[in-house]
Ligand binder design. Structure first.
Ligand code: DER
Length: 236
């Protein structure tokens, strides 16, 4: 489909531009765009044979992707420093701040993004916005300790969140449970909050019971957006 083509274009452009022969530890993100990153990496002659290249996952889906591709599976405690992490995003603003967590993987994703010398985002062009919240209307994904979710919910309302929602499972009774055994609250904030994502991130992170927040501010080195018309835009 046109969307798959757009994602493939972004993923291939990012790998070709940022993954070098000497990069031995790669962080592999989550979502439906990152599989094309692995697809491209497996095309490189040195990739499969290169037994000293390790791939660190950002969760169950990402781990399965690495294993199924026959690549060396690494762990972040083996490789606390990662050369390049490539991951998707739900939305990216004009300063490369991103909303992440649509797939409820934002805690491990942020650990690998922070551990990386180069953190690169790949997405289709729908994710490219001026201000966060323009296109992604589901809110900021927040990973919370199950014990504390109701307290966090109320405190989010008190700090001005227009609409917090506990993320419920589909085909599973009850809330979504992350790879870390936690819940996710999706928190919609007005544009005035979303215009300063670093400040919003700090305020949410300080709420007791919050494990991680799906706002990645000042982390991405570059973002690649693939469009259905076959063009790729790179912002850095
Ligand atoms: O959850 C995340 O942050 C993922 O990276 C994900 O939202 C990206 O989604 P997509 O690649 O399927 O658009």
């Amino acid at each position: 489909t046109a969307e798959e083509k757009a994602k493939r274009l972004a993923a291939y452009a990012a790998v070709d531009a940022h993954v070098k022969e000497h990069h031995k530890v790669l962080g592999i993100g989550s979502g439906s765009t990152v599989p094309y990153v692995v697809e491209r990496l497996c095309q490189e002659p040195h990739c499969k044979a290169n037994s000293d290249r390790w791939f660190v996952p950002t969760g169950f889906q990402s781990k399965e992707l690495i294993v199924k591709a026959g690549l060396n599976l690494g762990d972040v405690d083996q490789f606390p420093t990662i050369d390049v992490t490539i991951d998707g995003a739900d939305e990216v603003d004009d300063e490369l701040n991103a909303i992440k967590g649509g797939g409820a993987c934002q805690l491990r994703e942020k650990v690998l993004a922070e551990a990386a010398t180069h953190f690169i985002i790949v997405a289709d062009s729908r994710k490219d916005s001026k201000v966060l919240g323009t296109n992604w209307k589901q809110g900021v994904p927040i990973e919370v300790a199950p014990f504390a979710w109701a307290k966090v919910f109320v405190n989010l309302q008190k700090m001005g969140c227009e609409k917090p929602t506990l993320r419920m499972g589909k085909m599973k009774a009850g809330p979504v449970v992350t790879d870390n055994g936690n819940f996710v609250i999706d928190a919609v904030f007005s544009e005035s909050y979303m215009r300063d994502p670093a400040e919003l991130l700090h305020r949410i992170k300080m709420l007791t019971g919050v494990l991680e927040v799906g706002l990645f501010t000042g982390m991405a080195e570059a973002a690649y957006f693939g469009a259905p018309d076959g063009t790729v835009t790179c912002r850095w």
